[in-house]
Ligand binder design. Structure first.
Ligand code: AQP
Length: 339
């Protein structure tokens, strides 16, 4: 079976490991909305089993799970057009994850840069789950025979590993069962960087709140964070090339371009020679204009957690309609007895 014989289907997910950031919005959610109704079946997940690879307070985890769901819905994911659910309600993810733990090789896991970044010098003390994270992610994707996965640049290596796992499974069992999924990484903000250090990515769980824009930040907070964002003293250059070796400046230009659906070149053409005193307030205004309606809607949704839970429960039922038969077939291929 080649990729083209699979139903065009998108899967992607977001971890409820803290509040959503502008990185999650531009690198993921905004693009998920764009792929909805564009010739794909779309399956979007709140990947709570991934969140617990590092300690999460149980009550906060439930709130964060609902908040990610609210972020999807408020940004335009329509639960009638897409399947929207949280991973823990579809037990097939964990089961296929185990099978893939037996397919993936330790050497492959050792090459995962995100694990190295997250574990740092503490690798002996982090959870086994954090190490095995990429094989669960492969299960998330392949459980739906997803053909395309929109992700930010940071997840590219994990999607490549997903392809390796699919290829090894197909080879080991002499089948053409799992597709070789295509990562979809395109646009100017595939790696939104930390506002205080343009060489590090913006993360939910980064140490300081000042290094990220949260999707729920109010207008004053957004303006303050951009005002204090690290930059260099030079004004914006005449051409994009002039941003080479200026990571913080490049990041702010990329954020502007992604928020305004324009190319970084067009941003430079508009702001060539401008100082930060002009560009940063314009960026803050743009971010507020785009994020304020979403955060208002998120707040409204968060006031009705029962409705979010209902949407996620219904989404999980629909997800299982696809996932359960694929897992059953996987068991049969592997030789696991089902009475
Ligand atoms: N800074 C970013 N720029 C572009 N895309 C990003 N994504 C995350 N951060 C950026 C994309 O968002 C999707 C969901 O990511 P995730 O939350 O599941 O995992 P993550 O990449 O580990 O996100 P964080 O914010 O860094 O979480 P923590 O701090 O908990 O580890 C993915 O498509 C990702 O590429």
């Amino acid at each position: 079976m080649t990729e083209s014989t699979f139903t065009p289907r998108v899967f992607s997910g977001i971890k409820p490991s803290g509040g959503l950031t502008l990185g999650n919005y531009l690198g993921a959610i905004k693009r998920f909305v764009g792929m909805q109704g564009a010739g794909f079946e779309t399956v979007y997940c709140v990947v709570d089993l991934h969140a617990i690879t590092v300690w999460q307070d149980p009550a906060e985890l439930k709130t964060a799970t609902r908040e990610v769901a609210a972020g999807y819905l408020a940004s335009g994911i329509d639960p009638e057009k897409s399947i929207l659910f949280n991973q823990a309600q579809v037990h097939e993810h964990a089961e296929l994850g185990w099978i893939f733990n037996c397919v993936a090789r330790v050497g492959w896991m050792n090459r995962m840069t995100q694990f190295k970044d997250k574990a740092g010098s503490n690798a002996e003390k982090v959870s086994l789950g954090l190490y095995a994270y990429p094989s669960l992610m492969a299960a998330d994707i392949l459980l739906y025979h997803a053909t395309h996965v929109p992700v930010g640049e940071d997840q590219k290596q994990h999607v490549e590993l997903t392809r390796d796992i699919a290829a090894k499974f197909n080879h080991d069992f002499k089948v053409d069962f799992f597709p070789l999924t295509t990562p979809v990484i395109e646009g100017p903000a595939m790696r939104v960087m930390n506002l205080r250090d343009g060489t590090k990515k913006m993360s939910k769980s980064g140490e300081s709140d000042m290094e990220r824009i949260n999707m729920t930040d109010d207008a004053d907070t957004i303006a303050k964070k951009f005002k204090k964002a690290k930059t260099d003293p030079a004004p914006l250059p005449e051409t994009l090339d002039g941003l080479k070796d200026r990571p913080e400046a490049r990041n702010l230009v990329d954020i502007y371009s992604a928020l305004n659906d324009m190319t970084p070149e067009a941003v430079i053409a508009e702001y060539a020679g401008a100082g930060w005193g002009r560009f940063k307030p314009a960026l803050a205004d743009l971010a507020v204009e785009k994020l304020a309606p979403i955060s208002t809607e998120m707040e409204r949704l968060m006031n009705d957690p029962a409705e979010i839970d209902r949407i996620l429960g219904r989404g999980a039922e629909r997800a299982r309609e696809i996932a359960a038969p694929i897992l059953k077939q996987t068991y049969d291929i592997v030789g696991l007895l089902r009475s």
